[in-house]
Design a protein around this ligand. Structure first.
Ligand code: PLP
Length: 463
């Protein structure tokens, strides 16, 4: 009995068998009874494939079926699934030498090295680094820092955005708002610059950008500019549909921040580390420099859970004298930092970002072709290895989360997506395509051949 002070708790002896020895039935039973899902109702878990192993950009399930990793999981397995011996050795060495020391009571070489490497990779005067365990926590910390540094209470973010699932990062998030709204005092939402939203705001893009910026400034003045600590935005809103913005819009946002002494916090959790063909997504807008950058995902290419927050020199000086006032036990975890450091040095030595740039036109051509030949697809956006297809909407406008209603059609599409050997995220009415950054030209071709077969089913359903 488990209450005895001398006896070890009794558990099923199956738990002492080596990993890999459970039957598929054992796994399914445990999944059905004990496993939970987060963003979807839990029973969805029972129809998910059981992945047993992976190699390069392919994953294999318990029936031996092969899938191409078509959205890099949650846009994070940037280096694919086969780690080089350099990476695994670096992780093992860190584990063997020192697997953990709490970041508040001791420093380590790996922390010094990763902080300085990231500062070197960031332009401008971004110097200070923190290493929480997820993108959500990085944004949580960054929001706390912005408020503390400025002494201002409000955070301005955008309706089409995803910044995380913790209290402040979820409050800054626009996507999913209808479903997961919680107390979000101190958060103000603005409309993104999306061409379809501003389609009547002027003759050409320059006029539309001007209208969007005037509206943003009007909102800031109405809120009281002196109450706004930071503007938080993704350089290219990803979950919301890879919404690239005009360069002039981003320059305008930077200018508004300067005018009202508001910090510009760019969330690079999804775009960072080469996804768009630049090290940072904001480098697609030359000259636009943030005051705070957060990133995660590609930092360790998912080998270990780790994110970062980097801040400008003025903030760094402030936090030399003041505490951040946010923390978590596993921030600055040495093993996670060793994984990130090894992956990053590999990204640099193999010029992975140069590779993304070189295959990006081929990828974009396939994206364009999907939108051209499939009546179910209204249009596409693509940058680097980061693409979105918009499922055609009844009113012919760019789809919005409110168009989710066409679920029967999209359920059949998604079944066929998997049957055709693709594994990826799907949130109707947007189809994201974001394969691992190591994908080559033939594999891009093969992935899109599979994608076309799945879209044929969507055409039939919507036709
Ligand atoms: N910010 C952006 C732009 C994201 O895309 C995500 C996750 O998809 C997050 C923040 C949250 O990161 P995490 O899921 O690691 O907490």
């Amino acid at each position: 009995d488990n209450a005895s002070p001398t006896k070890a708790p009794q558990v099923d002896p199956k738990h002492f068998q080596p990993l890999g020895s459970w039957s598929t039935e054992d796994i399914k039973d445990a999944v059905s009874s004990h496993v939970m899902c987060t963003w979807s109702p839990g029973k969805a878990k029972n129809s998910l494939p059981i992945i047993t192993h992976a190699n390069h950009i392919y994953l294999y399930d318990s029936d031996g079926k092969e899938y191409m990793d078509w959205t890099s999981q949650a846009v994070c397995t940037n280096a694919g699934h086969s780690l080089s011996p350099r990476v695994t050795t670096a992780i093992h060495e860190q584990m063997n030498n020192l697997h953990f020391v709490y970041g508040g009571i001791a420093m380590t070489e790996i922390r010094a090295r990763l902080s300085s490497l990231i500062s070197e990779l960031l332009p401008g005067d971004l110097v200070g680094c923190l290493f929480p365990s997820s993108g959500s926590e990085a944004n949580e910390a960054a929001i706390a820092m912005a408020r503390r540094f400025t002494g201002r209470p409000k955070i301005l973010s955008f309706y089409r955005s995803y910044h995380g699932g913790t209290k402040n990062s979820l409050s800054a998030t626009g996507d999913y708002r209808r479903h997961f709204q919680q107390d979000s005092s101190g958060f103000v939402k603005a409309f993104n610059f999306t061409p379809s939203f501003f389609e009547h705001a002027g003759e050409d893009e320059a006029e539309r950008v001007q209208s969007a910026l005037l509206m943003l400034e009007e909102q800031i003045i109405s809120e009281g500019a002196e109450t706004i600590a930071s503007i938080v935005l993704e350089s290219i809103p990803g979950s919301a549909g890879v919404l690239t913005m005009p360069h002039a819009y981003m320059q305008g946002v930077r200018a508004i921040c300067d005018k009202y002494s508001i910090l510009l916090h760019i969330d690079e959790v999804m775009c960072g580390f080469g996804r768009t063909g630049e090290m940072w997504g904001f480098q697609n807008y030359p000259g636009v420099l943030p005051d705070i950058v957060t990133s995660a995902k590609g930092l360790s290419a998912s080998v270990a859970p780790i994110s970062f927050v980097a801040i400008n020199e003025k903030m760094m000086e402030f936090f030399e004298e003041n505490p951040v006032g946010w923390g978590s036990t596993f921030q600055g975890h040495p093993v996670a930092m060793a994984a990130a450091y090894a992956i990053l040095t590999e990204v640099l030595t193999s010029n992975l970002i140069g590779h993304v740039k070189s295959v990006a036109p081929i990828f974009e051509e396939h994206m364009r072709h999907c939108a051209e030949v499939h009546p179910s697809i209204l249009n596409y956006r693509s940058i680097g290895l980061y693409g979105a297809l918009d499922i055609a909407t009844p009113d012919g406008r760019q789809p919005h989360a409110t168009h989710e209603a066409r679920t029967t059609a999209t359920t059949r599409y998604f079944d066929s997506f998997r049957e055709n050997g693709l594994l990826g995220l799907f949130r109707a009415p947007i189809i994201h395509i974001a394969p691992p950054l190591i994908i080559n030209e033939e594999e891009i071709q093969e992935g899109f051949a599979r994608q076309h077969r799945a879209l044929d089913v969507l055409d039939e359903e919507l036709g």
